[in-house]
Design a protein around this ligand. Structure first.
Ligand code: NAP
Length: 307
């Protein structure tokens, strides 16, 4: 059986080593060296080849990233299972990025940077963590981990998901009505939703208006969830105080885009979190073991939900 790998070459070398040690029976091929396409049972890719019908025995398409929103699910043969990447490195890096961002917002670091540029010495009131309300859109692998982690700092945390979720000590809301309640109590709103038709453009003027005045946004989901013009307007009007934006649409962000220059935006180039090579190889091996044993796969996409 063959796994065809179509992604970053350096990471591919790590996969080759891990597979050789732990599953020598699995043959790893590197795109575009297909060999006999009929032998390809598994494919791992960031961007899959456009025509998968050349692989008549393909069983699983492994995405190498946490999201598969750039896959055209409708074009994939129905028999092919689609699995996204869940591995500890993605979670750890996201916890670091979100903690750094939330603590910076909580302790007014963006404001102090602006003050420093103006040589303005002005201490600002310190809000106790227990009085800082954090709202997380998405209580999945990452949103759930972020909520538990921020709860550990003593923040007043709540999350929002499609179906009801329970996390000890953390308020949770679900569905359309739940969103209003979550937004109304979010001084810092963190987006950790997958990009689907339901979440595209969700971060818009209507949503910002439902946040407490002066709330801050941390956007670490996907670029197309944010209506950038609405964010700029909300910052200019004071409805939002600050935004930290890691994902944009398009990426890279064109040089003339106003998001670059806004004094209340911190922008990073989609680096909040990324798959690590060894962890991702081990995650694929674990899913191959589960596949053989007839057990549920970790991170399998429900095509009807789109995530
Ligand atoms: P996940 O485990 O699939 O969790 C997704 C969460 O979002 C679930 O709680 C889900 O609700 C909720 N959700 C989805 N659609 C919704 C809707 N229409 N209304 C309300 N809730 C909805 O995904 P994850 O692993 O946590 O990753 C989340 C996203 O983070 C990824 O898809 C990707 O876009 C982003 N990400 C960004 C970076 C970066 O570097 N910036 C890195 C990794 C991931 P249910 O619980 O009801 O299913």
């Amino acid at each position: 059986m063959t796994l065809l790998y179509k992604s970053d070459a350096q990471r591919g070398q790590v996969w080759a080593q891990v597979f050789a040690e732990r599953m020598p029976a699995l043959r790893l091929r590197f795109w575009p060296d297909l060999g006999d396409p009929a032998q390809v049972r598994y494919l791992a890719a960031w961007v899959p080849p456009p025509d998968l019908s050349v692989f008549p025995n393909l069983e699983i398409l492994f995405g190498v990233g946490a999201g598969i929103d750039h896959f055209d699910l409708a074009a994939l043969p129905p028999r092919v299972r689609v699995v996204r990447m869940i591995e500890p490195g993605i979670r750890e890096a996201m916890l670091e990025y979100v903690s750094a961002s939330v603590l910076a917002l909580h302790r007014n670091l963006p404001q102090y940077l602006r003050q420093q540029r103006e040589r303005h010495w002005q201490p600002l009131p310190v809000v106790p963590a227990a009085r800082r309300r954090i709202g997380v859109l998405g209580i999945g692998e990452l949103g759930g981990a972020v909520l538990r982690h921020l709860h550990g700092y003593g923040f007043d945390c709540a999350g929002w998901s499609r179906s009801p979720r329970q996390l000890a000590g953390i308020a949770s809301f679900a569905g359309g009505e739940g969103l209003d309640a979550l937004l109304a109590r979010s001084d810092i709103l963190i987006c950790l939703l997958p990009l689907t038709e339901a979440t595209r453009g969700l971060l818009d003027a209507k949503l910002f208006a439902r946040l407490p005045r002066g709330a801050a946004l941390l956007q670490v989901g996907r670029g197309a969830q944010l209506v950038a013009a609405d964010l700029l307007a909300a910052l200019d009007s004071g409805q939002l105080s600050e935004a930290i934006v890691d994902v944009t649409d398009p990426e890279p962000l064109p040089p003339h885009d106003p998001l670059w220059q806004h004094p209340r935006i911190w922008l990073t180039p989609h680096i909040a979190s990324a798959t690590r090579a060894e962890g991702s190889a081990l995650a694929v091996l674990e899913n191959l073991r589960r596949h053989d044993a007839g057990e549920p796969l970790l991170g399998e996409i429900d095509r009807t939900r789109g995530y």
